[in-house]
Write a new protein. Structure first.
Length: 219
């Protein structure tokens, strides 16, 4: 059993990560801004605490004593640059725990925009990407750029990018792995369900196979 602190537990991806971790017997702390509005699921060991992923001091208080910190934070209709603030806050909060405290690993849900397509260009360089989506893609890319400046010896971080298309669907328990290249099927499509994305993320929690780098998954 791993003690996991989860930011973004109310979102589409965060909800799936929460239930996937619980079904495997892990202990999850859902870190939310308003605990009164978060109904804790009845299918496992869940604690709900108040915390703000954009505030390093709040992060430090919420994650102390945990082995892994997961951020499934999304800015919603707000400023996409909050993704960079969240990444800096997570690392800053973990660092502030000090050398005498066990440092939790950090797993961040990233974006697909900075993945390289089979044809060569990055996903965000393809034609027809709407401006709001493009802004979100670049914010995820900026957050990843920041994470890559963090020595893994100081904070053991990982970033998991989804396929080009991710949406709620079936949990098959299977997926294919990639690193910085978009994973596509024989027809050139890159897709994954949020359920299988959560499977891959919890697999990474259990295996710790991509410390200090980004990886991606697709069906």
């Amino acid at each position: 059993m791993t003690k996991i602190a989860l930011f973004g537990a109310t979102g589409t991806i965060g909800t799936r990560v929460l239930h996937e971790a619980l079904r495997r017997g892990h202990e999850v702390t859902a870190v939310v801004r308003d605990p009164a509005k978060f109904p804790a699921p009845a299918d496992g060991a869940t604690t709900v605490v108040r915390g703000d992923v954009l505030d390093p001091a709040s992060v430090a208080g919420a994650v102390a004593g945990h082995e892994v910190v997961v951020s499934a934070f999304g800015p919603g209709p707000g400023d996409p640059a909050a993704l960079v603030t969240a990444a800096r806050s997570l690392i800053g909060g973990v660092r502030s725990l000090g050398p005498g405290a066990p440092a939790p690993r950090v797993v961040v849900v990233g974006g697909a925009g900075s993945l390289r397509t089979p044809g060569g260009p990055l996903v965000w360089d393809e034609a027809g990407v709407p401006a709001p989506v493009l802004a979100l893609m670049h914010a995820h890319g900026d957050a990843l750029d920041f994470l890559r400046t963090v020595p893994v010896e100081e904070v053991r971080w990982t970033c998991l990018s989804p396929a080009a298309q991710i949406a709620p669907g079936e949990r098959t328990g299977t997926y294919r792995l990639g690193l910085d290249g978009l994973v596509v099927d024989e027809e050139g499509r890159s897709r994954i369900s949020t359920e299988d994305f959560a499977v891959a993320l919890v697999d990474e929690i259990e295996r710790d196979a991509h410390a200090g780098r980004r990886f991606t998954v697709a069906h």
